[in-house]
Every structure is written in C-alpha cells, then in structure tokens.
Design a protein. Structure first.
Length: 463
C-alpha cells in the first residue's frame, strides 16, 4: 500500500536533521548501498555501470512496470523489487546511502529532492529536471544537504569532450566569438499531435498512477507514453532540447565556464500545449568569460533538420558538419566537436591533420611522437573516465564531482529556458536569473514551473 504523504514527508524531514554525516562517514570503509528508481532502458545501463564499481551495492529496485525487472534481475539477482519509490525509501530506511533516478523527465525532481532531504547521494538522469524552477530547487537543496550529486550526461567524463574542453581552455583557437550547436532530431513521432491520443487499457503489471506521479491525470494510451515515447509530450518530457541539450551544451558550458544566460530567443515550429515543437533555432546570450571575446557571447542551437550555415560555421570547403555537435568560432580558427567523437581544428594548414578518434587515442596511449603535424597535439589529449565511478568515488572519498548539481542545475536551467522560449517563437526573453523573472514578459513566467497533481507536489528547497 502506498505511504501517506504526511507520513513520508515527516520521515524525510526527520532524516535530514541527522542522517547525512552518518552516511558519509560509514561509506569511507564499506560499500555504498544504493537504491534505483527506474530499472530498464537508461535505468538498466545506469545500474549496470554504477554496480561495476567495487564499492557499489544495489539494495532496492523500483519500477512502475513489473515486467521491466526481468532483464536487470539476470544481471543483478536477489535485489528487492518495489513499485513505489516512496515505499522503497521508507522500507530501506537507513539501509541505503544513495539513489539512481532514471525515470521520464517529469519525475526526476521529486524522488531526487526527497532523497537529498533524507541525506542520500543522488545520480539523476539528464535533463536534471523538467522545469527551470525544479532545477533551481535541486541545486539549492544539494548545497543544503551536502550530499554527493551527479547528472547523467555521461559524456561529460569521456575523452572526446574532455579533450575539446582542454583545447578551448588552452587557447588553441584563441578567444571564442560564438558557438553553434545542432542535433538532427530524428525519431520523434508525436510532435504533430495537439490533443491527447485515444485511451486504451493499462497493461497488466503497470501502475499508471505511479507512472503519472506529479503530472496531471490523463488516460493511458498504448505505446504512446510508456515506455519510451513520453519525450515528445510537454507533460512528461522535454523534447529534443531536453533529450540532447544537456549532452551537447555540456562541453560548451564547461569549456567556456558559462553561467546564467542574459536572454533567450527561439524561432520554433509546431510548439503547442501537448507536444514539443518539430524544429527550432534557439539563441542564448551569455555574459562574456575569460575564454570568450567581448562582453557577451551568443550560443545558437538548431534541431529538426536545421543546421548552422557552413559559411557562418567557417568550415573549409568540402568539410561537412558532424551529424550532431558544436562548432566553436575562435579568433585563430574553429573547433568542431562532434557528439561522441574527437574534436577537429580548422584550417588544417594552420593546425595540422585531424586524425580519426581511434588513431589519435592509439598515438596518445603509445606516446607516439608523430612526424606529421597533428591538429590535436598529443599533449592536449585527455583520457576519459567512468562518469558513474566518479560519483561513487565522490561518495566514498567525500569530494565533489565536476557534474554535480551546482554545475548541472544552471546548465539544465538554460536548456529548459530554451523550451520556454520555444513557446514564444520570435520573442526575445530577457532573463533575471536571481529573481527568476522575464522582465517585460511576465506571461512567460508560468512556464518556469508546472502544476503538480495533489499529493505529488515538489516542496521548495530548505533554507
């Protein structure tokens, strides 16, 4: 039977007072006991990757679909099953130290917030939250609870993005003048729908009420929401921007040390109250940093088949854009950083030959000294590491991760501000980050948050 909200929140509040320090102290010399909210799809790989750490041990699996336990049980047998994460948290009590949250976007914030109030460390999938307001609250609560956090944009720790970040910060292309980022947005099926689809019977073993969680009530529709196509729906997902923004914009934020945007403007097609837009261009203006040229920097996003103009991207003739990625326009040249591939520097006559990722990695590991001029000098190559192990290590050792909520919160805010702008196509939205207001456009402010179903409200961060 589901817990009463009053009992659960009382338990969470009491735990916050004393539990966190006990958890961290015990974990210095023992395994980290972990519970998982969501066990298939991305949840499956999250569990598998975290469990490969010698000090990680899963003690609870939660999923609203009983049919989704079978695959993970084959890899990690004997872990107790739950349908309701609230019941799992309550029954495990002080028998767990940390949580992985791998659910649809609309249910990222609530279990993450409650876990942090209980003093639990959290690995939460990207985008960190479903709204701007939620991202702000999780960042504040993580700082208050002093827990170890990590967002699940795992490429943050990969050699490709780390090498790209080092090239920018070492000044190889000079100060950055502009950035263009794109994704093809393939596979979205429901972006043309403006009304809820026809209802159908809920499959056996699926708790539709628990799947809805904090979202407004609506009927189940076969294959449309669960288990995957929820991304296209405003109530549940965050569209292409939410799916890939925290990946592709991550090296941009990391390399340039960007903060909150000053403004955001979108040119979008097809956005409506039910589903996210079919295609869009989003432009953020940020304050300049030590790695950029001028007082401000423009970062532009393209999806749905839209791409940056090749002349604007300053690629040499005959060079094509990667399927997805970013172009950094610098004073001395440009860097193209594909999605999960090594960066390339142009023009080649200035920087040298751009090696394929495998050859570059081979040379770096072998410490070869190439006789040819190589664009990514081996001294600039950065070996990657496990994003998942970095989180467990942080719990065990007590240090912060580089993708913690202090970093992931503002990145997610910028991503979700793009989604707000997509609902006001053609309108520049100035952004007062401290006040969380759009000066001159108050009608956009309700979209910074969302209505919560009764009994599933997210409570603001502790002060």
């Amino acid at each position: 039977m589901p817990l009463s909200r009053r009992h659960f929140l009382r338990t969470a509040a009491l735990a916050t007072l004393a539990f966190p320090a006990v958890v961290r102290a015990r974990n210095l010399n023992s395994q980290v006991q972990i519970a998982a909210v969501g066990v298939d799809g991305k949840g499956y790989s999250d569990i598998d990757e975290v469990a490969s750490h010698a000090k990680a041990r899963f003690v609870g699996f939660c999923d609203i679909d009983a049919g989704r336990f079978a695959r993970i049980d084959k890899r990690h047998p004997g872990v107790t099953h739950y349908a309701d994460w609230r019941e799992m948290f309550d029954k495990l009590g002080d028998g767990f130290d940390a949580v992985t949250v791998s659910t649809p976007d609309h249910m990222h914030a609530l279990p993450t917030m409650v876990a942090m109030r209980l003093g639990k460390h959290v690995y939460c999938q990207k985008p960190l939250t479903h709204t701007v307001w939620e991202a702000r609250q999780l960042r504040l609560q993580a700082a208050k609870s002093k827990v170890r956090t990590q967002m699940g944009n795992q490429i943050h720790s990969a050699k490709e993005y780390r090498t790209g970040v080092k090239l920018i910060q070492s000044g190889r292309i000079g100060k950055v003048l502009a950035v263009h980022t794109w994704h093809p947005n393939t596979g979205n099926r429901y972006t043309n729908l403006t009304a809820a689809p026809a209802p159908g019977p809920v499959p056996a073993g699926v708790s539709w009420d628990l799947w809805l969680g904090c979202a407004q009530a609506r009927d189940y529709a076969p294959t449309v929401y669960h288990p995957f196509n929820w991304r296209d729906w405003v109530d549940f997902g965050s569209g292409t921007m939410g799916d890939f923004g925290c990946h592709l914009l991550d090296p941009v934020f990391t390399a340039l040390k960007l903060g909150n945007p000053l403004s955001v403007k979108a040119d979008s097609v097809g956005a409506n109250a039910q589903t996210w837009c079919r295609e869009q261009t989003i432009e953020w203006t940020f304050a300049g940093t030590e790695y950029t040229k001028g007082d401000t920097l423009k970062v532009t996003w393209y999806d749905g088949g839209r791409l940056p103009d090749l002349a604007l991207a300053q690629l040499p003739a005959g060079k094509k854009l990667a399927n997805a990625g970013s172009i950094f326009i610098g004073e001395l040249g440009v860097m193209m950083l594909p999605h999960i591939a090594m960066p390339s520097l142009y023009p080649e006559e200035k920087f040298g030959k751009n090696l394929n990722p495998g050859e570059l990695a081979r040379r770096a590991r072998a410490k070869d000294k190439p006789t040819d001029k190589v664009a990514v000098d081996l001294a600039d190559f950065v070996e990657g590491s496990s994003h998942y192990h970095a989180w467990v290590d942080a719990i065990v050792d007590g240090h912060e991760t580089t993708d913690n909520f202090a970093y992931a919160g503002p990145l997610t805010e910028a991503v979700q501000l793009g989604n707000v702008a997509s609902r006001f196509s053609g309108v520049k939205l100035d952004w007062d980050a401290a006040a969380m207001k759009f000066p001159g456009k108050p009608e956009a402010e309700p979209l910074l948050t969302k209505p919560y179903r009764k009994g599933w409200e997210l409570i603001a961060a502790d002060r």
